[in-house]
Design a protein around this ligand. Structure first.
Ligand code: ADP
Length: 501
């Protein structure tokens, strides 16, 4: 059989190994692991507090019991003193007949029953002591009876008879018996007292050791947790810095790649458009060739828009996106954009619903056009079955509202909160296999924000989506004051509807 010490060492091994792994290997603890460690620390702390409380209780109880035993010892001593005083008084009176000698006897007689009652209550349930007390009671009564008898005889002039009783020794015998019982009781109390004191000292030592051990464990845990928290925070900071660096590199890459791609792509697009026009003009190409050229133009155009969006993103990320600050008639801009998108969307009825008169904002015409194009292209793209797409424009005294509505695939509720995040795409857009990169909306949000506005979305999956842009109106131009606010044309404008169909 292996010796006990070796077995114990074997049991500690996995614990030591786990501690080593925790302290040196795991660089980054999850919030849950930290919470568990902290909870463990709290348990030890609570245990320690309980120990402190318990120790105080144990000490208080021991002190109570010791104080009680001391009271009993006092009672026993007082009873013995009372009897001595009574006997001295009795003898003095019998010898001299002077009544003042009787004073100690009388005061002891008055006190003794109170002392015996006090002893009875201080003894509690100790049966052996209670039996002795009953004996003391009997003997004390007998002793006082004997003393009273001799005093009465002396008072009646029968001095020889009184002396006879005293000299007879019966009183002395009673006194000896009482002393013997009191001595037994005292010795028992003293034994109890010593026992209590010993037990109190032992429990104090035991509690001090346990308390010190728990305090050491607590301190060790505190140091471990502090160390782990420090390392975890340090590690998180390092990861965050790395993440920031990676994002910076990605943005840099995006910016460089987009710049580099833009030049050849522009050349490609220009030449493809030239080719398309030439094919149209010369009319020699087959239908299939014409379709191919159109596809090349459309896809190249799309690619350029994507690259423009990526460039915008990198400019926004580096805070370099400049916006012009000129007066822009948003109503006219919206009508133009609706017309442009309607021209290229065969299966959608794209309409404008808004004022026919100018509604001005202060901003960048090109960027605002990009925003509206983006929302309209999305409305078309995410309504693969075709259907109505509406750009609605309203305004009040302060703001202008542009709503782009479609009846397309909609957006699942759980995706809505993250929709404007860069590169985020709703799950149904991906399952429907609709192409996209999740860039456009983040640009829309940032550009609108640069114009002092905001963009929001309302959607029901499978039923359609409405994006709403709110932007501040341009301040009224002095010579235009009084020209009246733009009127809202509630019906869809025929010119645009024609383009849409
Ligand atoms: P992209 O369309 O290239 O993926 P966007 O940033 O324009 O990127 O849009 C982000 C996501 O928002 C899209 O992937 C799509 O899931 C969702 N989305 C945008 N517009 C609509 C819309 N009109 N209807 C349904 N979903 C839309």
């Amino acid at each position: 059989m292996r010796p006990a010490r070796v077995q114990l060492a074997g049991a500690w091994k996995p614990l030591a190994h786990a501690l080593y792994k925790l302290l040196y290997r795991s660089k980054h603890l999850s919030n849950r692991a930290l919470a568990v460690l902290f909870a463990g620390f709290m348990v030890v702390l609570l245990f320690n507090s309980w120990l402190a409380y318990h120790s105080a209780q144990v000490q208080a109880n021991a002190n109570d019991r010791i104080a009680h035993t001391e009271l009993v010892l006092d009672d026993l001593e007082a009873i013995a003193n009372n009897l001595d005083n009574a006997e001295t008084g009795q003898r003095g009176y019998i010898l001299t007949g002077i009544t003042s000698y009787l004073e100690p006897y009388q005061s002891s007689r008055a006190n003794i029953s109170g002392r015996l009652d006090a002893l009875s209550s201080d003894l509690g349930n100790d049966t052996s002591q209670r039996t002795s007390l009953a004996q003391v009671n009997l003997l004390v009564n007998e002793k006082y009876g004997e003393m009273q008898q001799t005093i009465d005889l002396r008072r009646n002039g029968q001095t020889p008879q009184a002396e006879q009783i005293v000299l007879g020794g019966s009183g002395q015998q009673l006194m000896d018996q009482i002393r013997a019982v009191l001595a037994t009781m005292r010795s028992r109390e003293e034994t109890l007292l010593h026992g209590e004191e010993r037990a109190a000292r032992a429990s104090l030592t035991e509690l001090s050791i346990t308390f010190a051990f728990a305090a050491v464990v607590d301190l060790a845990l505190l140091v471990i947790i502090g160390w782990l928290v420090y390392r975890t925070l340090h590690e998180r900071e390092r990861l965050l810095a790395r993440e920031r660096e990676a994002v910076q590199m990605r943005d840099q890459f995006l910016s460089i790649a987009s710049h580099e791609l833009k030049t050849p792509l522009t050349a490609l697009l220009t030449n493809a458009q030239l080719l398309e026009r030439r094919t149209e003009r010369e009319g020699q190409a087959s239908d299939a060739s014409r379709r191919s050229v159109t596809t090349i133009v459309r896809q190249t155009h799309r690619m350029r828009m994507l690259i423009d969006a990526m460039l915008d993103i990198s400019r926004i990320a580096s805070g370099q996106l400049d916006v012009e600050r000129e007066r822009v008639d948003l109503a006219a801009l919206a009508r133009g954009v609706v017309g442009e998108v309607a021209a290229s969307a065969d299966h959608h009825a794209i309409a404008y619903d808004g004022p026919a008169t100018p509604v001005d904002v202060v901003g960048d015409r090109m960027r605002l056009e990009e925003v509206l194009l983006n929302l309209l292209h999305n409305a078309v793209k995410y309504s693969p079955e075709g259907g109505a797409v509406m750009l609605e424009l309203r305004n009040d005294d302060r703001d202008i509202y542009v709503m782009v509505r479609d009846k397309g695939i909609g957006i699942p509720a759980e995706d809505v909160p993250r929709l404007f995040e860069r590169f985020y795409r709703a799950t149904n857009a991906q399952t429907s296999r609709i192409d996209g990169m999740g860039i456009g909306l983040s640009v829309v949000r940032d550009v609108v924000a640069l114009h002092g506005g905001e963009v929001t979305v309302e959607s029901m999956e499978g039923q359609g989506t409405t994006f709403t842009i709110r932007m501040p109106l341009a301040p009224a131009v002095p010579d235009e004051i009084g020209a009246g606010k733009p009127e809202v044309a509630s019906e869809v404008r025929p010119a645009v509807r024609e383009q849409a169909s």
